[in-house]
Every structure is written in structure tokens, then in C-alpha cells.
Design a protein around this ligand. Structure first.
Ligand SMILES: [Zn+2]
Ligand SMILES: [Zn+2]
Length: 227
């Protein structure tokens, strides 16, 4: 099913660490100059400019706007990117309620309400087993709830990398004490859906440095061994 992309396996990953909560925004692009933006988290005007300048300087066309989940820190620049490039947000339905409940999310983090609308006008749903394409790239969609009910992981099997949001971090996992969280569900999802991927798969998390499946299988203290 993915035969048509074997000719061009190369994908570039540009990482931007944005907003006061240090969210990783990823811009994925290839030789076709089409790109996908994952977790557009720009907040300050200079962060918006950083993203748009990178896209313009590289002559990129934004084809996809994807969110791993809808916690407010991953949502801060979604409306901006969606309206600037006229591209709908794609996310899991299970997190949609979070977008209607931003003041409560902010209060949970001890933050004051923000006076701008983070909700984009056009939203499409993604679910387990869906495939998202741009350029010569194909991302498989995995649903891994537990940090939030609608947490998604995007897997590029050809490029050997994963975009996991707050599901899995270098030597850690996402917190499970927020609304709809469950440690058991998250741990099982990581073990069954992520730790079964090749060891060399590069994991790009929503915060902090990249890691690999092999490293986390060995050293992550929050996930049971599968050996
Ligand atoms: Zn989160
Ligand atoms: Zn986060």
C-alpha cells in the first residue's frame, strides 16, 4: 500500500521549540516542497514569524495541519497557521471537547485566561488506521489515549520516525492526571503500539529531545518491559 513512496523516502524534520511551555512544533517537508505542520504552538508574534519565515524561505506549501492532541499548549498557533495557509486542522474527535474548554485547561495550569480564539474554523477528524499524505510522504495514524482521550501518534514507516506529542518522552511519559487521563491505558498503548515498532525508529516528542524506540524500551522507567 505504501509502494508508491519507496522511490522518495527522504523527509526533512524541522523542530521549533515554542511558547512558554516549550512545545515542539514540527515542520515535515520533502523534495516536492509540500509540508505538514504538527502541533503549531507559536504564541508570541516573533514565533509566528519564525514559522512563516521558515515556510517562505524554503518555498514550502502547507498541505497538512496536524495535532497530536488538543491541550492548549499544543494549540496556541493552530488558528494562526490554519487561517494563514487556509488549511483545516486534523485531529482526533476524542479531544474536541478540550477546545471548547480552554479557560478550564488554563486554570488547571494556574494560568490566566487568554483573550484570543485558538479554535480554527475548519476541523477534520483522524482516527486509528487513517493515513495522511503530503508530498511523497505517508503518515500512519495511531490512536494512543491515556495522556488525553484523543492523543494521536503519526508514524512515517519509510522514514523510520514517529511524532508522539505527549504520549512518550525521552525517559518519561505524558502526565495522566489531567481530564480523561489514565496511566494504565497510556502504558498499554505505548507497549502495544509503539514498543512493537523497530528499535531504530526515531521518536519526536511534544516536549524535550528526540529519542528512539530501542532506547525507551530499555530505559524508560514508566513502561513495562515487553521482552
Ligand atoms: Zn498534553
Ligand atoms: Zn504538552
Amino acid at each position: 500500500m505504501i509502494d508508491n513512496i519507496h522511490a522518495c523516502p527522504y523527509m526533512r524534520v524541522e523542530t521549533f521549540e515554542l511558547n512558554p511551555l516549550g512545545v515542539n512544533t514540527y515542520v515535515l517537508h520533502d523534495e516536492t516542497r509540500e509540508c505538514a505542520v504538527i502541533d503549531a504552538a507559536c504564541f508570541y508574534p516573533d514565533e509566528e514569524e519564525q514559522l512563516t519565515r521558515f515556510i517562505a524561505d524554503n518555498g514550502l506549501v502547507v498541505k497538512r495541519l496536524l495535532n497530536t492532541h488538543l491541550h492548549f499548549d499544543h494549540l496556541m498557533g493552530v488558528n494562526f497557521i490554519s487561517s494563514t495557509y487556509n488549511v483545516p486542522l486534523s485531529c482526533h474527535e476524542g479531544d474536541r471537547f478540550l477546545m471548547d474548554d480552554l479557560p478550564r485547561q488554563l486554570t488547571q495550569f494556574g494560568l490566566p485566561p487568554l483573550d484570543y480564539d485558538m479554535k480554527p474554523k475548519a476541523i477534520t477528524n483522524l482516527k486509528e488506521g487513517d493515513r495522511v499524505s503530503f508530498g511523497n510522504q505517508l503518515l500512519e495514524v495511531l490512536h494512543v489515549p491515556g495522556h488525553s482521550p484523543g492523543s494521536l501518534v503519526f508514524y512515517n514507516a519509510t522514514a523510520g520516525c514517529l511524532f508522539v506529542g505527549d504520549v512518550l518522552f525521552h525517559s518519561s511519559i505524558g502526565r495522566t492526571d489531567l481530564y480523561g487521563g489514565s496511566y494504565e491505558t497510556l502504558e498499554r498503548g505505548i507497549r502495544e503500539k509503539l514498543f512493537t515498532l523497530p528499535d531504530e525508529t526515531v521518536v519526536h516528542p511534544g516536549h524535550g529531545p528526540a529519542t528512539t524506540i530501542g532506547y525507551e524500551k530499555r530505559y524508560n522507567p514508566f513502561v513495562g518491559q515487553i521482552r
